[in-house]
Design a protein around this ligand. Structure first.
Ligand SMILES: *[C@@H]1O[C@H](CO)[C@@H](O)[C@H](O)[C@H]1NC(C)=O
Ligand SMILES: *[C@@H]1O[C@H](CO)[C@@H](O)[C@H](O)[C@H]1NC(C)=O
Ligand SMILES: *[C@@H]1O[C@H](CO)[C@@H](O)[C@H](O)[C@H]1NC(C)=O
Ligand SMILES: *[C@@H]1O[C@H](CO)[C@@H](O)[C@H](O)[C@H]1NC(C)=O
Ligand SMILES: [Zn+2]
Length: 374
């Protein structure tokens, strides 16, 4: 019995040491290998999603160090309580004038009027230019940004340019030129009437370069209900020429469309006559030390008694439980177990010495221990 208690203790100690080791050796950045190829950029080149590595040979910015999309690690995102809230103006369009919806061979684009603006949230007013989508297939979710490495089925981008520039193409080359609002699209039980205003006419734009007119509507309703919870980082266009001029806002709330609506986005549009236009998402790019900010706190308000950081190898920078806290908790538990085991042992030993050794309750210690864990 004594031997087994000692063994258990040693086992705990072993697990503990192994975990502390593995968490301190997994140093953060996934980055590392970067060869700066300074190739000439050529314009008007064809590019596609199947060979994304080739983008940089024709578009040098695609090899930069502030590229988009990225994976958003919710635990390393820095809570910034003072990030200004986003206020939109002019999004509530009337049905006239109509809006142009186009299949440009890379995505589905809805052109937006310059009366739509972000009037609060950035240092300047930003004017809407268009919105577009990224998606995958039924089997493969196709959002560009990922949350803790998880893709969502699709993603909407509303592209705005800084009002101090004349137009999108001029602003796109300026460091403070663009602001893109991004949101994830997931599957819900009900049809989304707002998305249906676009999705119901997809067959009209199934051929590459075709377009159609749709009545104006409240474009605000294509975004999540709450615009208060978002991530912010400095990034780029996610398509060539990959200019690193985008102030990104990725909303925490997701939009829901029905399974059928998502399928229509994934299966209706064509490129090059008869190929399906789908999987039009770029892989997450390296951070190179960039910070991702969050307008909200994702940490639970009450500290959970579970020993979370030990089970997930990672990152010493978090300000939740420190390694010291964790060690204290673990040793506390170990100490408790040892005391419990000792007490139980002493108790049984006393009983044993007063009775005969064929006690039917011999294994009472194990029963106790099992119940404690449940
Ligand atoms: C993005 O917007 C925020 C909020 O106005 C601002 O602090 C930040 O400097 C902007 N980033 C760039 C690259 O302009
Ligand atoms: C954008 O503005 C610039 C500068 O005024 C101008 O030269 C260019 O032709 C404009 N481009 C478009 C597409 O309107
Ligand atoms: C983005 O870049 C601007 C300008 O360099 C900087 O002031 C700002 O802090 C950056 N934002 C983030 C989230 O790193
Ligand atoms: C939204 O935030 C919660 C934590 O507050 C997180 O669990 C969830 O993954 C986030 N979703 C997105 C899409 O960022
Ligand atoms: Zn996009």
């Amino acid at each position: 019995m004594q031997q087994e208690t000692l063994l258990t203790f040693l086992l705990f100690l072993h697990i503990l040491t192994a975990r502390v080791y593995s968490s301190s050796s997994s140093s953060e950045e996934d980055e590392g290998s970067s060869e700066d190829k300074h190739k000439e950029s050529h314009h008007g080149h064809h590019w596609g999603y199947t060979d994304q590595k080739a983008w940089a040979s024709a578009f040098q910015h695609c090899n930069g160090k502030s590229q988009s999309p990225i994976n958003i690690d919710t635990r390393t995102a820095v809570h910034m309580p003072r990030l200004p809230s986003i206020m939109l103006d002019g999004y509530d369009l009337t049905d006239q004038p109509t809006l142009t919806l186009k299949n440009n061979g890379h995505t589905l684009v809805l052109k937006l009027p310059g009366s739509m603006r972000i009037v609060h949230g950035f240092d300047e007013v930003f004017i809407a230019d268009h919105l577009h989508f990224h998606w995958g297939t039924i089997e493969e979710p196709g959002s560009e940004h990922t949350i803790d490495t998880i893709h969502f089925p699709a993603e909407i981008h509303v592209v705005h340019y800084n009002s101090k520039y004349h137009n999108l193409s001029e602003a796109a080359t300026m460091p403070d030129g663009l602001a893109v609002l991004g949101a994830f699209i997931g599957i819900g039980l009900h049809e989304n009437d707002n998305y249906e205003k676009i999705l119901s006419v997809l067959t009209d734009v199934s051929i590459e370069e075709s377009n159609t007119q749709i009545p104006g509507f409240n474009v605000r309703h294509l975004l999540p209900n709450s615009l208060d919870r978002f991530y912010r980082y400095n990034g780029s266009l996610t398509t060539p020429p990959c200019f690193q001029t985008v102030n990104w806002t990725i909303f925490n709330d997701t939009i829901r469309v029905s399974r059928k609506q998502l399928a229509s986005l994934e299966e209706t549009l064509k490129v090059d006559k008869n190929h399906r236009l789908n999987k039009n998402f770029r892989a997450p790019q390296l951070l190179y030390g960039r910070q991702v900010q969050a307008s909200f706190s994702s940490r639970p308000l009450v500290k959970s008694p579970r020993i979370i950081p030990l089970t997930e190898s990672e990152d010493s920078k978090r300000d939740g439980l420190t390694k010291g806290d964790v060690l204290a908790i673990v040793f506390g538990i170990l100490f408790g177990i040892t005391v419990l085991a000792f007490v139980a042992y002493a108790y049984q030993h006393r009983k044993k010495s007063s009775k005969l050794s064929k006690d039917p309750h011999q294994n009472v210690i194990y029963k106790l221990a099992t119940k404690e864990e449940a």
